[in-house]
Design a protein around this ligand. Structure first.
Ligand code: GRF
Length: 197
């Protein structure tokens, strides 16, 4: 199975997945990175892994509908069968959503359905978890639907929230779990152990 990635920044989750493909934990081939940000570390990570990357964004395609089509076509041309969102901060358009229906995975740094939705990304999530005095947080891998953070949940991992946590320490503990959970979930999706609709 060929994997395509959409990322905007560091791509540490993408790196964990690339490593898992290289080690054989995931029986799939990384085929393409689509990135909106030409300065993203994710692009270097792709290069180091020998995976092609394309920069597609509002500069290359000022019309959102054209950008959406261009991303879909790039994924198709690369033979991508499963799309992995790895810190992609832009909206997914209808061409990609309908062309890859139930074949787009995302990871969210909280235990959905809690702490999801609009404005819930990055440090905002961890701050909200601490403000709500939760005793645990975690990460969720889910399918992407029309609505953010609302597709079916595939797997979750939890971490304790500690009394002296800051958003930064909580984020680090969650991210460590993300790097295990995301490759593990993709490995199981690829073998069919986790079936997709
Ligand atoms: C992660 O926290 C993930 O949960 C969220 O975006 C972040 C991406 O980090 N969707 P990285 O680019 O994989 O390092």
């Amino acid at each position: 199975m060929k994997l395509g990635f959409l990322a905007s920044h560091g791509g540490s989750n993408m790196q964990a997945i690339l490593d898992a493909c290289a080690s054989g934990q995931i029986a799939a081939t990384p085929a393409l990175l689509v990135c909106n940000n030409p300065g993203a570390t994710a692009i270097e990570r792709a290069q180091n892994a020998g995976m092609p990357s394309r920069v597609l964004n509002g500069k290359t395609h000022p019309e959102f509908a054209e950008l959406d089509q261009a991303i879909f076509q790039a994924l198709q041309q690369a033979g991508v069968e499963l799309v992995i969102l790895a810190g992609y901060m832009k909206k997914i358009g209808p061409a990609v959503l309908s062309g890859y229906r139930n074949r787009i995975l995302n990871i969210h740094p909280a235990l959905l359905p809690k702490f999801g939705g609009k404005g819930m990304y990055g440090m905002h999530v961890h701050r909200a978890v601490l403000e709500a005095r939760e005793s645990e947080s975690g990460a969720t891998v889910h399918l992407i639907d029309q609505v953010y953070d609302e597709g079916p949940i595939l797997q979750q991992a939890s971490v304790p929230v500690l009394a002296d946590d800051t958003p930064e320490t909580l984020q680090a503990r969650v991210l460590e779990q993300e790097h295990k959970l995301y490759p593990d979930t993709i490995a199981k999706v690829v073998t069919g152990e986790i079936p997709l609709p």
